[in-house]
Design a protein around this ligand. Structure first.
Ligand SMILES: Nc1nc2c(ncn2[C@@H]2O[C@H](COP(=O)(O)OP(=O)(O)OP(=O)(O)O)[C@@H](O)[C@H]2O)c(=O)[nH]1
Length: 381
């Protein structure tokens, strides 16, 4: 379905809350940690932290379109909850949500099995609560995991920051950063790198943070960034994001810095496209609200244009550009065509039957597809 919005009077950010049907799988609760052969080779992201820190809420809001207010009614997780999101998302991995009271000294807790295949460990700290206990749990978790798998990315979400003032946020982050790293140094683990993010499910910060976590796990990231850089520089585009449509995680962007407002605008555009398509675009209510014809152009009243176009079954390109650059629509479309072809080459989408691309096209994950873009002045590069 093609949607074109002309001369809308949308302000910079207009906060559409996603009301897309919850049509995605809700994972399985497991009492034991048996691996099925199909899931064993999928990259894993572990969500850990104290009870009520917000782990399940993060997973439900980011990957299952749950609205933040609904998380108030989530029950405590008692067992490890494995959520395989590869059926609905480009992001071909599993998320394991751990109960808050995991006991590492319990003989049934198999750290080898849990940490060995994990790509990232997200440790969630409730910033609205006293975080001393969370910090000692973080230290215990990181040292355990590092011993088993030194390649794991350690990501610390300083969560629920919606309740904190801006100054308090910065101060909390500084304090947690300092204490966590001091603890590691005291244990001679200064080699371990922790990344910190300020997050909340009540704004886009949780999606931004998850985007960064996921990007570190994508081997093709440098190639994608390169392709985006070439695409925008030849098309007069200011900023471009490659989005995983179902989760609104951006899996790559060009090398210009990301400002939160641009990211929010692009996320909102995805919501608009999915909502409008699911209301008006589905014949007899079947099919998908997002398909190969998905295209939307929104002109804001501040001479900015938002442009969204389907790239693969799960990915969309969302760009921000000035109205005068959009006059060269033909050039943008031609360059987009080249870009799309290159992305398909990178991920071999055409030959994979599930489209959940996570595999490089060749042994070199940074291989650059040989494509020609038309430049703004019309000459090829
Ligand atoms: N203010 C605020 N509250 C949040 C946020 N994220 C989660 N919460 C609330 O925190 C409470 C606990 O959330 P859960 O997701 O159940 O926490 P959990 O870490 O999975 O808890 P366990 O399953 O007991 O380990 C819920 O009432 C959520 O609504 C946030 O970003 N801001």
């Amino acid at each position: 379905m093609n949607i074109q919005y002309e001369d809308t009077t949308l302000p910079g950010s207009y906060g559409v809350v996603g009301s897309f049907p919850k049509s995605f799988g809700y994972g399985v609760e497991v009492s034991d940690l048996e691996e099925s052969p199909t899931s064993a080779d999928k990259p894993r992201i572990l969500l850990m932290g104290l009870r009520r820190s917000g782990k399940s809420s993060i997973q439900k809001v980011v990957f299952h379109k749950m609205s933040p207010n609904e998380t108030l009614f989530l029950e405590s997780t008692n067992k490890i909850y494995k959520d395989d999101i590869s059926g609905s998302s480009f992001v071909n991995f599993q998320i394991w949500d751990f109960p808050g009271q995991v006991d590492f000294f319990d003989p049934t807790f198999d750290s080898e099995m849990i940490f060995k295949g994990a790509g990232a460990l997200i440790f969630v700290i409730d910033a609205q609560d006293d975080y001393m206990e969370a910090l000692s749990r973080l230290h215990l978790t990181v040292s355990r995991a590092y011993k088993v798998n030194p390649d794991i990315n350690f990501e610390v979400f300083i969560h629920k920051v919606d309740g904190l003032s801006d100054d308090h946020k910065i101060e909390t982050q500084r304090d947690i950063h300092q204490r966590a790293n001091d603890d590691l140094t005291d244990a001679s683990l200064e080699k371990v790198h922790l990344s910190f993010y300020l997050t909340s499910i009540y704004d886009h910060s949780i999606f931004e943070a998850f985007s960064k976590v996921v990007q570190k796990l994508i081997p093709q990231l440098p190639t994608l960034e390169n392709l985006l850089n070439i695409f925008i520089s030849h098309s007069g585009i200011e900023k471009a994001f490659l989005f995983d449509v179902s989760s609104k995680i951006y899996i790559a962007t060009d090398s210009a810095p990301v400002d939160m407002q641009s990211y929010e605008l692009c996320c909102d555009m995805i919501d608009v496209v999915l909502d409008i398509s699911s209301i008006y675009g589905l014949e007899d209510g079947s099919g998908s609200a997002y398909d190969e014809e998905s295209l939307a152009i929104i002109k804001l009243n501040n001479t900015t244009v938002l442009y969204l176009k389907e790239v693969t079954k799960f990915l969309a390109l969302v760009c921000i550009l000035r109205e005068e650059s959009f006059e060269r629509k033909g050039l943008i479309e031609y360059n987009f065509h080249c870009f799309r072809k290159a992305i398909h080459e990178v991920f071999e989408v055409g030959s994979s039957n599930d489209g959940a691309a996570w595999r490089p096209a060749s042994s070199s994950s940074n291989s650059q597809p040989s494509l020609k873009y038309a430049s703004l002045n019309g000459s090829d590069v």
